[in-house]
Each structure stands twice: as C-alpha cells, then as structure tokens.
Design a protein around this ligand. Structure first.
Ligand code: ADP
Length: 455
C-alpha cells in the first residue's frame, strides 16, 4: 500500500466500456498506471488497449467476470494494483466487494462498506435520511409484507402510490397503483420482478408524485472533514424511469431552491460521515417541495454534465480522496457554476422499435467534435457491441454559456454524430430537441410518454 497522503502508483479499473476508459484517462493524466480487466467478450475493447496492463478475468457472462469478486481481487493482487476504481454498475455499490478489497489491503475508490450498505437498501436509507432532517416522500416505514398492508397505507396517503423494491435499481421492481382495484395485482408484480432482478422480493410503498422532476445533487467529501456539493443535474427526461437526457443547471430551480436542496444534500453527507463522491437524488414536486429519493454511493453515468459546468474532474477527486488527500476544491465558496451542459445517452437501442437492444458490428463511428462538445465513448469503427452488457455506447455532452447556446450546439452535434451498422438513440434525442416543451425547459418524468407519443 502507498503511504497515506501519497497518490497510488497503479490502480485497477473494475469495469468495462466507456466508464473504464473514462477512469483510465484521468489516471493517466495523474501519472497513475492502470490495469484493465476484461471478459473474453471484451478482449478487443478500447479500454483494454489503452490501459497500461490487462488481465482477463473470465468468460462473457458478468457473473463469471465483472461480478466475480475473487477473480477481480486476484487480478488486483497479481498485477500489484494498490487501489480499485469500480466505475458504476457491476460491483460499484456492493459492500462485500468494498470489504473484500479492504481485507486484501487494497483501497476501494469509493465510500466505506458501511455507507454503501446503509444507502443500498432504499427502505433503510429513507429512515437514516429522515433522521438527518432531510424530507422524504411520504412512504411506508419499512417493508410492506402483504397487499392488505399496502392498501391500508394507500388509503392513508391517497392514491396513486408507487410500489418499490428495497433492493431496487434501474427502474426495476417498481409499479404504480392508481386505485384500490389494481393494487393487489401491482403489488404481486413488483414483488415478482424484484425477486427475479435482485434475488430479494422486499418492497415498500411511497406516495406517487404526479409530474415531478428528478433533481439530483453531486456531492464530494474527503477524509479531512470537507463536504461540498457541485450543484444539481436535472434528469427528468426518462423512459420507463430510466434516464436518457441529463442537464445542469435545472431550469426549475431558483437560486434559493438550489441553495436549500444543496444544503440538504450536504447535511446528509455530514450526518452519515460519508466520504468520496456520491449523488443525492430528489423528486421536486410542482409546488416547490422536494423529497429525498435515494443516494447513489458511486460515480454516476451523467457525472460529465457536472464536470462541464464546474471545471472539476470528479474521478480525479475520487482518487485523491481515496488516497487520503484533501479534495480540490475543498470549500463550497470555491465552486462556481459556469454555463449550461446537456448529456445525451447514445444507446445501442432502436427508438423506432420500442427501444429494442441493437447489438452488432459498428461499421462507421465518427463522433461529433468542435467547440463545447465532449464525447465519452469506447466505440471505434469495426467494434462489435457484445450482447451481454448494458446498451450505453456513448455520452454526448454539450456545453454552452447559456441553455439556448447549449441547445443550438446539441442540435449541431447530434446532426454530426455518425454510428452506422447498428441502431442508436440519436434520432430520439433529435426529436426531443424539436419539441417546444423541451426548448422551454419543461421536463417531467412522464415527458417521454406525454410529449413524444408512442416511443
Ligand atoms: P431506480 O433506482 O430503480 O432508478 P429511483 O428510486 O431512482 O429508482 O427512481 C427512478 C425514477 O422513478 C425517478 O427518477 C422517478 O421518475 C420515478 N419515481 C421514483 N419514486 C417516485 C415517486 N414517489 N413518485 C413519482 N415518481 C417516482
């Protein structure tokens, strides 16, 4: 292990695709060597080529490779890595993995296993958050075991209600019940889906807010007692509760609301003794009330939006914090919000065909460029998109001095973006940009259903 207060010499990146490349790039800028791990399906991938060292950790299915704790720890040990960056997804929010790293004397670049555990169970997280004085959506106190209990809760807070998996993620195990007639069926469906997706059928209930916005705050905290936020991201453009477009700042927040929500996020971080980067997610109701929804104890897909408006490399700060260094900047007053950024998730999915996955061979890849454009992607011409993993191919992030400038740049950059051979979500984003509602900055979590018709 490297001495406290010194940076690592070599880190292992326990992920694949664009996020693996994202981490490798920052590590290289910091003078840190990287070890890429890969499954047999990813041998020809860009992060594997770009890293300083590489280790095959198993066959294509993630359970035997990217989710295999012993294989990854073994790779770190054999390659002499002092720390592991987990990226997002896979083992990024797995407390046992963070613990296994610590037992091997390897630094996990993220929060403590206890913090991961506390926030990983959504029902349990709600109660710690309420204790920190942060408002939560009216919900059941803990798991709801039977349909009769669910009905009693719904009658108390009023329909509609949302049934959510405690172990949930990615919009799975979530069902809305509009009335008592459908409650039992939706309750059973949520439980069945949760059991299949997470091996845990525990569910709880929340009041379902109609037309809220999804507003999340990026937070950073170091081991020297500093805790700050890097403003918000508005992630209201979603399809089936999955984010597609994210932007910062949000058109919905006044400076006072930004300050109040940011202060709530930081107070939660302080109350938990949280360290490293995280995201506190809120729902913002039409009347300006905001409620805690969940905390992600890792870097998120949409973090570049924040990097573009703050000029801070969040992965760099994650690495510095994990090494015991003071983060830069360390004080809220040193963080400045500049301009406007929007991210478009370019997935291997066919928007004309119910967003069906579209793996295959990329014939040509010519990403957009020019002023204010950032593309984070592991694609190259001739790359074969494997069918085993998530469908994210690229993140197109535009920055402009104002929202109007960012929108004009987004139209230009999406028009330039070329991926042939497979279907992508580029045409969907172009359609969103044509809607007047998006142009006016109106985005609600049901936007895609109401404004985009049958997609
Ligand atoms: P996951 O972890 O599965 O992504 P989240 O708890 O982050 O689930 O919620 C995902 C999305 O579901 C939110 O962005 C929002 O659109 C919707 N949602 C969650 N809770 C509520 C609620 N109480 N009322 C209305 N919409 C909600």
């Amino acid at each position: 292990m490297s001495p406290v207060g010194a940076l690592f010499d070599r880190i292992l990146v326990a992920n694949r695709g664009e996020v693996a490349l994202r981490v490798i790039r920052t590590a290289r800028e910091m003078g840190i060597e990287t070890v890429a791990i890969y499954s047999q399906a990813d041998a020809d991938s860009l992060p594997v080529r770009m890293a300083d060292h590489r280790v095959c950790i198993g066959p294509a299915p993630s359970v035997h490779s990217y989710l295999s704790v012993p294989n990854i720890i073994g790779a770190a040990r054999n390659s002499g890595a002092q720390a592991i960056h987990p990226g997002y997804g896979f083992l990024a929010e797995n407390a046992d993995f963070a613990r296994a790293c610590a037992e091997e004397g390897i630094v996990f670049i993220g929060p403590s296993p206890e913090a991961i555990e506390r926030m990983g169970n959504k029902a349990a997280a709600r109660s710690s958050v309420a204790q920190a004085g942060v408002p939560t959506v009216p919900g059941s106190d803990g798991p709801v075991k039977t349909a009769a209990e669910a009905l009693a809760f719904a009658e108390r807070v009023g329909f509609p209600v949302l049934i959510k998996a405690s172990a949930g993620g990615g919009g799975k195990g979530m069902r809305i019940a509009e009335s008592a007639d459908v409650l039992e069926a939706r309750f059973t469906a949520a439980k069945t889906e949760a059991a299949a997706a997470f091996g845990d059928d525990t569910v709880y209930l929340e009041k379902y807010l109609t037309r809220p916005r999804h507003i999340e705050f990026q937070v950073l905290a170091d081991t020297h007692g500093n805790a700050i936020h890097l403003f918000e991201r508005d992630c209201s453009i979603q399809r089936r509760h999955q984010k597609l477009i994210e932007e910062a700042p949000s058109s919905a927040l006044s400076p006072e609301m930004r300050e109040a929500m940011g202060a709530a996020a930081v107070s939660l971080v302080r109350a938990m003794g949280y360290e490293n980067a995280g995201t506190v997610e809120f729902l913002l109701d039409g009347d300006g009330s905001f409620y805690f929804m969940e905390m992600n104890t890792r870097i998120q897909v949409e973090h570049p939006v924040t990097e573009q408006i703050c000029g801070i490399d969040i992965v760099r700060e994650q690495i510095r914090i994990a090494a015991g260094l003071k983060m830069q900047p360390a004080k809220q007053s040193e963080v400045e919000l500049r301009g406007h950024a929007i991210e478009f998730r370019i997935n291997a999915e066919d928007p004309a065909n119910a967003f069906r996955p579209s793996p295959g061979t990329v014939e040509a890849f010519n990403p957009s460029g020019g002023p204010g454009v950032r593309v984070d992607s592991h694609l190259y011409s001739g790359y074969q998109v494997p069918p085993y993993y998530d469908s994210l191919l690229a993140k197109l992030v535009v920055w402009g001095p104002s929202r109007q400038d960012a929108l004009a740049r987004a139209k230009r950059a999406l028009g330039e973006f070329v991926v042939t051979g497979i279907k992508t979500t580029v045409p969907f984003h172009q359609r969103v940009l044509e809607t007047e509602a998006f142009g006016r900055g109106e985005a609600y979590t049901d936007f895609v259903d109401t404004e985009m018709g049958d997609v």
